[in-house]
Ligand binder design. Structure first.
Ligand code: L34
Length: 290
């Protein structure tokens, strides 16, 4: 039976550290760090994640506002808002929650954010620094996964890490972090066109599932003793729940936990850790601003 990697508990550790650092920072006479969160439209999942971010910020002593706009905001209006936040010296970090409506070019919006306020680490400048192994803002989800591995004492050097999914916000940065000098994993990236996926995932010592399909990773795809990191957050109908749905990951948790050595749950795994790493990025943005 696999050991559970408790994302909620690890996120609480990270948040406690950030809280101590924020207190030390303000004790030196600085104002508290400030994060502007931009939310467009009424996607219930996005609204829920953004509420979580605001709650975490308050908990660690970071000030934040959620700037909520209707779905019909134009791309030009959104770009103009970002320009104003870029120029506002009281704003340390800017985050535009994704996905955006179809009429808005996400990449254009990401690139409009001043690199020194890129709390999400999605700007090409941040991605470039990550790939080069230079200090900079790292996307919160893959950075959180690295913390989970380190804090759980899971060895990475020489390990075969298989990342399933090639998104700009998880798969690509995740693979690059695992590849860094000092982490030293041997990395394979798989995606929807990969042939004989199960043969590859079965050779993984560390398997990161970021596909976006409920229960996609089944027990037969996992090597006994492997570390399985589940990035998926899928809503499946569940009439027994008050909300009418429950959250499940990309991994068939109940079956895979009998095979794996370590496994992250959903909820309470990667999600809370993502939020905690965002707080760390925001603090770093405030420190870099002075
Ligand atoms: N710009 N867009 C931007 N930055 C991000 O870092 C994100 N991401 C992803 C979606 N879009 C983004 C998030 O914030 C995914 N994501 C995220 C963050 C937190 C949680 C899930 C996804 C989270 O808190 N999950 C909880 C359950 C939350 C619930 O009940 O809905 C968990 O325990 O997994």
């Amino acid at each position: 039976m696999a050991q559970i990697i408790d994302g909620k508990a690890l996120a609480a550790q990270v948040k406690a550290e950030v809280k101590t650092e924020v207190a030390a920072w303000t004790a030196q006479g600085h104002r508290p760090p400030y994060l502007a969160v931009v939310l467009v439209g009424d996607n219930p999942a996005s609204a829920s994640y953004v509420r979580g971010k605001a709650k975490d910020a308050a908990e660690v002593g970071i000030n934040s506002d959620t700037l909520h706009y209707e779905t019909d905001i134009t791309e030009a209006e959104l770009l103009d808002l970002i320009r104003r936040l870029n120029q506002d010296n009281t704003v340390d970090g800017i985050l535009v929650q994704l996905p955006l409506p179809d009429h808005i070019n996400e990449q254009k919006v990401i690139e409009a954010i001043a690199p020194e306020k890129d709390a999400d680490g999605f700007h090409p400048a941040s991605i470039g620094q990550l790939v080069l192994g230079q200090p900079g803002f790292q996307p919160a989800t893959p950075a959180g996964i690295m913390e989970m591995l380190t804090r759980s004492g899971i060895p990475t050097s020489g390990a075969h890490a298989v990342v399933v999914g090639r998104s700009n916000i998880v798969g690509k940065p995740m693979a690059n972090l695992l590849l860094q000098k000092g982490v030293d994993a041997t990395v394979t990236i798989c995606h929807s066109r990969t042939r004989d996926l199960a043969a590859i995932t079965r050779s993984a010592d560390i398997l990161v599932a970021a596909i976006g399909r409920a229960h996609f990773i089944t027990a037969d795809m996992v090597k006994p003793g492997a570390t399985v990191i589940d990035v998926g957050i899928n809503r499946v109908d569940d009439a027994t729940r008050e909300r009418g749905y429950r959250l499940v990951g990309d991994v068939d948790f109940e079956a895979v936990r009998d095979i794996a050595g370590w496994i992250t749950p959903v909820p309470g795994g990667v999600g809370p850790m993502t939020r905690a790493m965002l707080m760390r990025n925001t603090l770093n943005a405030a420190k870099r601003a002075t």
